[in-house]
Ligand binder design. Structure first.
Ligand code: FMN
Length: 64
């Protein structure tokens, strides 16, 4: 089976509080687990950097 890997950086347009980012990340983690996607999300208060790896060509949220 093929694997897709996505690495990107994006700038947040809103001022996000830590609680909001933690809640988002927990929500994404459940969705990702259900879809056999692994990865990590880093946020420095302005930029997100995310690594996602999943089965097939169209499994990753940003690529479908
Ligand atoms: C910074 C950031 C990280 C995201 N990471 C994930 C993720 O890991 N998994 C996921 O399913 N959606 C993630 N999303 C949400 C997707 O971009 C998209 O909104 C969502 O997958 C849409 O799913 P649906 O069309 O099935 O409702 C992220 C959004 C942002 C802004």
């Amino acid at each position: 089976m093929s694997l897709s890997l996505l690495v990107y950086r994006s700038r947040s347009t809103n001022q996000l509080k830590k609680d909001k980012v933690v809640a988002m990340s927990k929500h994404f983690a459940v969705r990702n687990r259900d879809r056999d996607i692994t990865g990590m999300l880093v946020f420095d208060g302005q930029y997100f950097m995310q690594v996602l790896e999943g089965p097939g060509r169209r499994s990753l949220p940003c690529m479908s």
